[in-house]
Design a protein around this ligand. Structure first.
Ligand SMILES: Nc1ncnc2c1ncn2[C@@H]1O[C@H](COP(=O)(O)OP(=O)(O)O[C@H]2O[C@H](CO)[C@@H](O)[C@H](O)[C@H]2O)[C@@H](O)[C@H]1O
Length: 491
């Protein structure tokens, strides 16, 4: 089975969030299932710099402009870098210029990516043609639309990592995309009078996946779906929630070279040394119980609630460490909290993979009070490292963390704590429950062991993706009838 994965981020070549981790991990995880996944990724400067020894170039003359494929190997996976310097080789991040504003031609940058994917699906590249095309988030959302417009037979999968980003552009760009005029329709790519790349993917893909079963269910409700709930409900039969995993070789507390003291489920006591090392690194005055945050600093992640709760967190005897970057107002608020609590709160603004490992290895608990969370990866790393996750009861957080209730504690299966109320007060109350657990050494040790032994690997989920692909190739995907029915509605 050959699958082309189209993404705007792939760890370790380029990462702004969890999309990169997932798209970086899937090829290796799926190869265990007999699936050969190749990746198509834009040639941003960091990507081209990291992949200097490329094959190719294979020129592609695409409707939106000239480009070339450069082939390289990343951790055993074949990656095609789409080289189009005019669109991708520029300062700033994958989506934004250095001043924080979106690149004005993002529609063209990711339109070209989709056209390249459709070309590979139609004609193959370097003698390789995919059986399935797998598009990630809005940046690849036009791929299923181009497949449909050009009657390219490869079935398509659209994965939603975060529905809050619709990839929305003014209607005026539609004419430049080269799609049939009838596609600009509510039964197509039109979204409230604009073009939405994600809508294109959700409408035209043969199958839709999202990154946890609970988020799949939440997306049928208006409060979570950012205007797409109707479409998700219409396509409910084609929607599957498949929980993300993490790379358990990279995140392995028994072998992690980035942490001071390695440990296993049988020696969790060694975590204390890691906590003390963190305390020194962040100039924390006392070796108190430690809660930490490793996150993009955004409204989605509920970071404001943590800062609101900071005084209570400290008053309850916990130290707090924050590692993150994002919204400038939240970065300022983080510094303000640290200034207010010298020796009790440590803040590092920035993205730092090594520090993330050290925090997971030493913190007693990891706070994830997200307002919504499609899956979440940081709590999976926390489980693996015995840092008890204290999470909002939403999306993949529900699916991955077993709440410490009287029943789950009695059964010895609890792995973390669900907030009862998503607020600063709720965080305080959850920390009271954590304190009670920590005061009972046997119960605490059992929870750490349970957390560390939870299966956070990709194996079960990779098997589900492989089964989904196999079903689509065997023709059990979305019936083409439903598309023609919609086309009939389009008139
Ligand atoms: N400053 C920093 N330094 C070091 N590491 C940092 C960091 N900030 C964040 N990280 C790490 O980066 C990863 C981000 O993963 P998330 O699941 O939180 O992704 P995100 O919300 O970006 O993506 C979306 O896509 C992913 C993938 O499907 C979904 O899990 C998620 O719910 C959805 O919102 C985590 O492992 C986190 O620990």
């Amino acid at each position: 089975m050959k699958v082309l994965s189209i993404t705007s981020e792939m760890y370790p070549l380029v990462k702004t969030g969890g999309l990169a981790d997932v798209c970086g991990a899937l090829p290796a995880a799926l190869s265990q299932q007999g699936v050969e996944m190749r990746v198509l990724l834009p040639g941003y400067p960091s990507v081209l710099a990291a992949a200097r020894h490329c094959g190719g170039p294979t020129p592609l003359d695409l409707p939106l402009g000239p480009a070339a494929l450069r082939r390289c190997t990343v951790a055993g996976a074949t990656v095609w870098i789409l080289d189009a310097p005019e669109l991708y080789d520029r300062p700033g991040g994958p989506y934004q210029a250095a001043d924080g504003r979106d690149h004005g031609d993002n529609w063209k940058r990711f339109g070209l990516l989709a056209q390249a994917a459709a070309r590979i699906a139609a004609k193959g590249a370097e003698g390789w043609r995919p059986d399935i095309v797998h598009a990630h988030d809005w940046q690849a959302g036009l791929v299923p639309a181009y497949l449909s417009a050009n009657a390219i037979p490869a079935p398509s999968v659209q994965t939603i990592h975060n529905i809050a980003f619709p990839g929305r552009f003014p209607a005026g760009i539609f004419g430049s995309l080269g799609l049939p005029s009838g596609f600009f329709d509510m039964y197509g790519v039109e979204f409230h009078g604009d073009v939405s790349f994600l809508k294109a993917g959700l409408y035209f893909a043969d199958a839709i996946t999202t990154v946890s079963p609970t988020y799949a269910e939440e997306l049928t409700r208006p409060g979570f779906a950012h205007g797409f709930d109707g479409l998700i409900r219409d396509r409910a039969a084609d929607v599957t929630g498949i929980l993300n995993g993490i790379d358990t070789a990279e995140w392995d507390p028994a072998a992690d070279r980035l942490i001071g003291r390695r440990f296993t489920p049988r020696s969790p006591g060694r975590r204390t040394e890691n906590r003390r090392a963190l305390g020194s690194a962040f100039a924390l005055a006392e070796d108190s119980p430690l809660v930490s945050v490793i996150s993009r600093l955004t409204h989605q992640k509920g970071i404001d609630l943590i800062f609101e709760a900071a005084d209570d967190i400290v008053a309850r005897g916990f130290n707090l460490i924050v590692l993150g970057t994002g919204d400038p107002a939240l970065e300022t608020a983080a510094h303000a909290v640290a200034t207010r609590h010298p020796g009790r709160v440590g803040v590092h603004i920035g993205h730092d993979e090594a520090l993330a490992h050290r925090i997971q290895a030493g913190t007693d608990a990891l706070l994830v009070p997200s307002r919504f969370e499609p899956c979440g990866l940081t709590q999976l790393c926390a489980l693996r490292y015995g840092a008890l996750p204290v999470v909002a009861p939403t999306g993949g957080l529900i699916d991955s963390v077993i709440d410490a209730t009287p029943a789950s504690l009695a059964a010895g299966v609890a792995t973390g704590i669900h907030l009862r109320e998503l607020s600063a007060r709720g965080i305080g109350a959850a920390l009271d429950r954590l304190s009670a657990i920590m005061a009972d050494p046997d119960c605490h040790a059992r929870m750490i062991r349970n957390a560390m032994c939870a299966d956070v690997s990709w194996s079960a989920s990779a098997a589900r993706y492989a089964a989904l692909y196999a079903g689509l190739v065997a023709g059990r995907g979305r019936s083409r009838d439903s598309l023609s029915l919609s086309a009939a509605k389009r008139g």
